[in-house]
Ligand binder design. Structure first.
Ligand code: NAP
Length: 372
């Protein structure tokens, strides 16, 4: 992930160069740990608080979980894990990696208490007044928080990023939809085990196997991609009119969701036209130069055997989506394969980029308008 140095001519949110204190809810889980790794040394945000369930609350962070993300930042290791209660967690920028069984109510409580919550959970993604955002595609949807504040009467906000499988699909299809108008897409995913959290899928179930079912995942892809690629109007987002048929599979890969897609448009589109659009796509200008924005949100590879999770998942620090095998299709118009890192691009990294964009737009507590 690209980050400007915080000293000298680097980033700051205030004239004194202080970073914005943030909390991570669900900090002990797979996505929570990725947040801790990505926020370590972040030039704009500083981890002030970590929170998780009552099982972990009261313990030092280092002792409350099994750490999987390399170096555990020493200044975070000793933080006492708090309960997910806005009376205890004081930060006004809150990253949520909470389990969906609790995320809905907890995130609302924080927004009511004035925090901007950047959520990874499914609970509020499809609410009409909650932005579902991959900022390179639809940063304009962030303005829904004004409607949300008015409707719900709270000063905070909930902003969501998409399900990890919806993310890889939307980043690959978004530029094609904008250029040619997609009518139909048939999608089969091969999803990493880290997508199921920790401890996740039992090793005896997944080693040497493929599990052709991930509860709720196909429905999320079919709904969320159309909201992400939808059009913002006065009354909210009108979903894109793409008929999507999704198959979701769990595979024995550590990180990285792969999606094989067959796509039909309103008119015939050739692989050459598709590659030209995908190669030229740089995403929304508001992301440009932000610490978590990759230089290229999407890379097209021409080798016949790419993308591969082993080789491509950390492209752009895990924030770049890799597309390959763009070719013609006898059923619809084109076929392609895409890969994204599920806990980075599809979760923690996506959330952090959403927060950076909100800061740049002057919509984040503690960040002066125009500072970033
Ligand atoms: P996980 O590893 O199971 O972690 C869940 C976290 O939620 C843990 O920190 C856990 O704390 C906390 N939690 C559970 N019950 C709680 C309660 N009653 N009160 C407060 N905290 C509670 O799951 P994950 O994979 O990190 O996923 C986190 C969220 O992100 C989920 O909503 C998931 O759907 C979403 N997501 C995941 C991915 C991915 O690739 N994994 C991608 C996109 C979105 P304890 O350790 O104390 O139990």
């Amino acid at each position: 992930m690209r980050a400007k140095a915080s000293g000298g001519g680097g980033w700051s949110s205030s004239p004194r160069g202080e970073r914005v204190p943030v909390a991570v809810l669900g900090a002990t889980g797979a996505v929570g740990q990725t947040f801790i790794r990505l926020l370590d040394g972040h030039p704009l945000f500083e981890i002030a608080e970590v929170a998780a369930s009552e099982r972990s609350a009261g313990r030092p962070y280092a002792e409350a979980m099994t750490w999987h993300e390399g170096r555990l930042p020493p200044e975070v290791a000793g933080l006492t894990v708090l309960a997910c209660d806005p009376r205890l967690v004081k930060s006004k920028v809150v990253f949520s990696a909470l389990d969906a069984s609790v995320a809905g109510e907890v995130e609302q409580a924080f927004a009511k208490a004035g925090a901007v919550v950047l959520s990874n959970a499914k609970n509020h993604r499809m609410d009409a007044d909650v932005p579902l955002v991959i900022p390179e595609l639809n940063a304009d949807h962030l303005s829904l928080i004004d409607m949300q504040r008015e409707k719900r009467g709270w000063s905070g906000a909930i902003v969501t990023n998409a399900n990890c499988a919806s993310t890889v699909v939307a980043v690959a299809l978004g530029p094609l939809h904008a250029a040619f108008g997609i009518r139909q897409a048939l999608i089969a995913t091969m999803q990493a085990v880290s997508g199921a959290g920790y401890p996740g899928v039992a090793s005896l179930d997944i080693l040497g196997s493929v599990i052709p079912y991930i509860g709720g995942e196909e429905e999320k892809i079919e709904r969320e991609v159309n909201k992400l690629l939808g059009t913002l109007g006065d009354g909210g987002v009108t979903p894109a009119p793409i008929t999507i048929s999704a198959h979701a599979n769990r595979v024995p890969v550590e990180h990285g969701h792969t999606a094989c897609m067959t796509v039909g448009f309103g008119r015939p589109v050739t692989p050459e036209e598709a590659v030209e659009v995908l190669t030229g796509w740089k995403g929304h200008a508001v992301c440009e130069g932000l610490p978590s924005a990759p230089a290229d949100p999407l890379v097209v590879r021409s080798e016949p055997d790419r993308p591969q999770a082993r080789k491509d998942v950390y492209s752009g620090g895990g924030m770049t989506t890799t597309v390959g095998r763009v070719r013609s299709d006898p059923l619809m118009h084109i076929r392609l394969v895409a890969l994204s890192h599920n806990t980075v691009r599809g979760a923690a990294g996506g959330s952090i980029l959403n927060a950076e964009v909100l800061g740049r737009m002057g919509k984040l507590p503690g960040v002066a308008q125009g500072a970033w």
